[in-house]
Design a protein around this ligand. Structure first.
Ligand code: HEM
Length: 252
């Protein structure tokens, strides 16, 4: 569903592939397992919940979801589309001048309706890249502090002061990020169309051109037939056609 800010008129129904099966399965597996971690973590944290789920059961589920998360990240590249994951990691990892400009202009865009539009973005905008980096970092901190807590219950030598505080603080920080992420993916009118990319795999191309103009241009999608889904998220097309459509479909 295109939002009102879209400037490039395209035929209704033109779609562009945003996420492949492996990327979507990994995303939803991580989302579900982080959900289980959050709920069971709340059971362990608040004794009031112990009437609903016993502590041993909550502990077991909490550990099982943590192992599930590790397995998801390990197995996805082994049994899924490794190239797509490597490509997505590269696209999330690369931070360029447009990303810096996007971040610099963010406060102004949030505060002033008539602020200068954001520079065109690649497959992920600077906010998404930051979100992915912080989420990954926090999951690593949670895994490490969680492993210390688990080992500390077996061997007091591993009971390090501060492990609980670090685990709790990382949980709160991750929750804030995830709630903001869900707000943008489900509620915010300008960005909620992205949910279709993570469910059915493709999005309206006009929406993509508005929010990820550089990525769409790299796909060679601008000149491709508009009636069918195009592109596979790859940057192979970018290698053939590195032209950047500056100013096309700028974000606010
Ligand atoms: C109900 C919960 C969730 C929904 C509805 C949701 C939705 C989405 C959508 C629509 C995208 C694609 C955005 C785009 O097209 O660019 C996305 C990407 C992503 N999601 Fe989620 N997500 C959820 C939970 C989570 C959780 C729990 C995590 C990790 C802890 C997570 C991590 C990510 C990351 C790292 C990306 C790529 C970067 C970004 O778009 O921020 N998501 N999610």
């Amino acid at each position: 569903m295109p939002d009102r800010g879209v400037r490039t008129p395209v035929a209704v129904g033109a779609r562009i592939t945003r996420f492949g099966v492996t990327e979507r399965l990994l995303h939803w597996a991580v989302a579900a397992l982080v959900g289980v971690e959050t709920v069971t973590g709340a059971f362990l944290w608040a004794p009031a919940f112990s009437t609903l789920v016993s502590r041993p059961t909550a502990t077991w589920l909490h550990l099982a979801a943590a192992v599930g998360l590790a397995l998801a990240f390990l197995l996805a590249p082994l049994i899924g589309d490794r190239d797509a994951l490597r490509r997505a990691a590269r696209q999330v990892d690369r931070f360029d001048a447009d990303d810096a400009a996007w971040l610099r202009g963010l406060p102004r865009r949030l505060l002033h309706r008539r602020a200068r539009p954001a520079p065109p973005q690649g497959r992920f905008n600077a906010g998404q890249k930051l979100n992915a980096a912080l989420t990954g970092g926090l999951l690593a901190v949670l895994a490490l502090s969680g492993a210390l807590l688990w080992q500390g219950e077996r061997d007091t030598d591993w009971r390090l002061e501060g492990s609980v505080t670090v685990h709790d603080a990382a949980t709160v920080a991750l929750l804030v990020l995830v709630l903001g992420h869900i707000y943008l993916a489900v509620l915010n009118p300008a960005t909620r169309h992205a949910l279709q990319g993570m469910t059915r795999g493709d999005v309206d191309r006009a929406w993509a051109e508005h929010h990820h103009a550089t990525w769409v241009a790299e796909q060679g999608a601008v000149d491709a037939p508009r009636e069918r889904a195009v592109g596979d998220g790859s940057d192979a097309a970018a290698d053939r056609r590195p032209a950047r459509r500056r100013g096309a479909g700028r974000d606010r």
